[in-house]
Design a protein around this ligand. Structure first.
Ligand code: ADP
Ligand code: MG
Length: 245
């Protein structure tokens, strides 16, 4: 569904993405993980067309996305930091997005219900806590029933109940055959969610493995342990502190 081929992006001297290639298929839930600044958000923004690679290319359903935008109809995006007009209410933001997307088929309001956003429609965006803002971003990502969901650190700032609702929703959508791309620092919450792990470091893909392969290769069931085990193998000189997630 999405193919990235030798994608490279430099900001000044810094190589934010260094020859990144991968394929993402429907029905997969792919976790993009790696330390801060390793290029996860930049990679996501390349897929969305918000950052243009210096070299390499990305295709969406076999078409190069360069200079195209229509394909974005098929993507729901939850940004790491959602920015909204301060003076608009939640209700106005939802209505504005519905107007812009102009989707004729039914909307998916599951998360609006799960997060009880109906009770907050008159609240202005500037007055919202970080967590409530995240709920609005999550609800918007799923609202238009897109074939691809791209979620950048989705549970950061969410309370445990909301995080669990979101996780259930992600699993349900993946089982419907959607493609979910998710970045997260909290490995424990990815355990029964993801089908594949892409680990990035300094703009490079360090490894790209299915969960089965990862568990088989490491003999570890828990994701955090399996990844720590791969990392230890790749970088034997890491101190135990650096290995911790
Ligand atoms: P991650 O999401 O993995 O934490 P990012 O993709 O946000 O990492 O950032 C990768 C690197 O690229 C960081 O060093 C960041 O400072 C840099 N970077 C990202 N966007 C820009 C930009 N627009 N201009 C300059 N540097 C940027
Ligand atoms: Mg990021």
């Amino acid at each position: 569904m999405i193919i990235a081929s030798n994608v490279t992006k430099q900001f000044g001297k810094l190589k934010a993405l260094d020859d990144v290639s991968t394929t993402c298929n429907k029905g997969e839930c792919i976790a993009l993980i790696g330390p801060n600044g390793s290029g996860k958000t930049t990679f996501i923004k390349c897929i969305l067309g918000m950052v243009v690679p210096d070299s390499g290319f990305i295709t969406f359903k076999d078409k190069n996305i360069l200079h195209h935008w229509k394909y974005r109809d098929g993507i729901g995006y939850m940004p790491q930091i959602g920015r909204y007009p301060d003076n608009m209410t939640i209700g106005q933001v939802l209505d504005m997005m519905k107007d812009i997307r102009n989707k004729k088929t039914a909307l998916d309001e599951d998360l609006i219900k799960a997060f009880s956003l109906h009770n907050l429609l008159n609240k202005r965006m500037r007055t919202l806590s970080g967590g409530t803002r995240q709920k609005v971003s999550a609800a918007l990502a799923f609202l238009f029933d897109p074939a691809v969901l791209i979620l950048d650190e989705p549970t950061a700032g969410l309370d445990p109940v909301a995080a669990e609702s979101l996780k259930e929703k992600i699993i349900a959508e993946k089982e419907k055959g959607k493609l979910v791309l998710i970045t997260s620092h909290v490995l424990s919450e990815l355990d029964d969610l993801v089908t594949r792990i892409i680990y990035m470091q300094e703009g490079k893909l360090l490894f790209n493995k299915t969960i089965e392969a990862l568990r088989h290769d490491t003999g570890e069931d828990k994701l955090s342990k399996a990844i720590a085990s791969v990392m230890t193998g790749l970088t034997p000189n890491l101190s135990s502190k650096e290995r911790k997630f």
